[in-house]
Write a protein that binds this ligand. Structure first.
Ligand SMILES: Cc1ncc(COP(=O)(O)O)c(C=O)c1O
Length: 439
């Protein structure tokens, strides 16, 4: 069968045969191919991809070096028995360890974000001999058992029992502070103290780990205030809990460092990498210290999956890291990120419905509100801007989770050009203007 065969009535096939897994399918057009910063529809429409696919394609779609690696590896070394090692997987582990801060030296290559968080939580529980897990109330860590247990942004209201021992703390959100100082600004230390007082009150005395993103992406592009992550680590240390950073979206240069946590100088006990590592292919990695890895091994830790250490995607991961280094994409993310952030700040000044702009590097967000004074969330306005952007040729993603809506995540590939950034900003500006004119 030709996978690209253009059967008649594809939407009939979709209706009959394609299962749904959450939000509706995004656009009423079929994507034919993708290249660099754009995706192209079968009708020949070009759409600027300001979300890098599912926040993953950081070196652009179908980067020629990734294509070459895939072609070579597919014909040389595709998949192996899980107990066998190959050069690509050894080299990937070594490359990652060389870019992560010491003492994180041990790497396990896996496939997806949910899966690697599952592995990290299993490891933390096994090493500490405890089972309770703390995470932010606006978190998204995945959809498998333990990663979904630590996720509060979505999918909790299934009516089914959850994983025991899950505890939430409030997410630091400077635009909407819940604990305030005398000036009305977020008092994050008070918020954190309160969060852990609640954790201590509810805990049965078995706190194993705390898992957070160094920038909470799905929860609304929330950059923690300076000092927050260090204080969080202190809370973990006081309770002999392991600290896990989930860097699905913040690693491999996107925020202007190899890894998001390097901005804060706070090293986690376990680091989980996914989306951006394979730059669109299913590749993830758990990174931890030699000491934790040894303890886990001694205690019989098992995460023996069919695709652990798979060579084909590991080869892609090596190429992605090479491209980031060779094309100087970390510096590019910093410089283009500053350029994008300045343009987004101008949108805040210009439009009443743009309440805030925030982010780091090429992970930016704007928050849509009814008006700046009330700061009332407006998912409806956000949805209309998204639709208008798409008509104009820009793909934007708005966080549209109940009670969390109204934040656009803007994360173009690090390979984006300044012209493409200008084009995207201009379409976004136009879309906001058009929607504002109808309010
Ligand atoms: C921070 C974070 N962690 C984990 C996941 C889950 O990754 P995956 O969808 O690859 O299972 C996501 C997905 O959006 C994510 O944003």
């Amino acid at each position: 069968m030709d996978p690209y065969e253009k059967r008649s009535n594809p939407w009939g096939d979709v209706e009959r045969h394609v299962g749904r897994y959450g939000a509706p399918f995004f656009i009423p057009e079929i994507i034919d191919h993708a290249k660099g910063s754009y995706v192209y529809t079968e009708e020949g429409r070009r759409i600027l991809d300001f979300t890098s696919g599912q926040m993953s394609s950081t070196i652009g779609h179908s980067h020629p070096e990734v294509v070459a690696t895939l072609q070579e590896s597919a014909g040389r070394l595709d998949h192996l028995f899980s107990g066998m090692l190959s050069r690509p997987s050894i080299n990937l582990c070594t490359h990652i360890a060389e870019t992560v801060t010491d003492p994180l030296t041990k790497v396990i290559p896996l496939s997806t974000g949910s899966e690697v968080n599952e592995a990290a939580l299993r490891m933390a529980k096994q090493v500490t001999g405890k089972f309770e897990v703390v995470s932010f109330n606006r978190s998204w860590h995945g959809l498998t058992e333990a990663s979904a247990g630590a996720t509060y942004a979505s999918a909790r209201k299934s009516g089914l029992p959850g994983t025991p021992g899950q505890l939430a703390i409030p997410t630091p959100y400077e635009y909407r502070p819940d604990f305030v100082d005398r000036d009305g600004k977020l008092d994050w230390q008070k918020q954190l103290d309160y969060g852990f007082a609640m954790v201590d009150a509810q805990s049965v005395g078995s706190l194993a780990a705390c898992i957070v993103e160094p920038i909470v992406s799905g929860g609304g592009i929330l950059v923690p205030p300076s000092g927050y992550l260090a204080a969080l680590k202190k809370k973990c240390r006081e309770r002999d809990m392991l600290l896990i950073f989930d860097e699905a979206q913040t690693s491999f240069g996107r925020t202007g460092q190899w890894y998001g946590f390097q901005h804060d100088g706070v090293t986690p006990d376990i680091l989980t990498l996914s989306k951006t590592l394979g730059a669109g292919l299913p590749l993830a990695a758990l990174v931890t210290t030699a000491e934790i890895e040894q303890k886990a091994y001694d205690k019989g830790f098992v995460f023996y999956t069919s695709h652990v250490n798979d060579p084909l995607v590991a080869a892609v991961g090596c190429t992605v890291m090479d491209v980031i280094a060779k094309e100087n994409l970390i510096v590019a993310a910093r410089e283009k990120g500053d350029y994008l952030a300045a343009a987004l700040k101008r949108l805040v000044e210009k439009h009443e419905v743009v309440g805030d702009a925030r982010g780091r590097g090429l992970l930016q967000g704007i928050e849509i509100v009814k008006d700046k004074t009330s700061k009332e969330r407006s998912e409806a306005i956000g949805d209309r801007i998204t639709a208008r952007c798409l008509e104009l040729g820009l793909h934007m993603n708005i966080v549209c989770l109940p009670g969390m809506g109204g934040v656009f995540r803007i994360a173009p590939p690090l390979t984006v050009s300044y012209e493409e950034l200008d084009e995207g900003i201009s379409m976004l500006d136009q879309a906001i203007t058009d929607v504002e004119n109808t309010l």
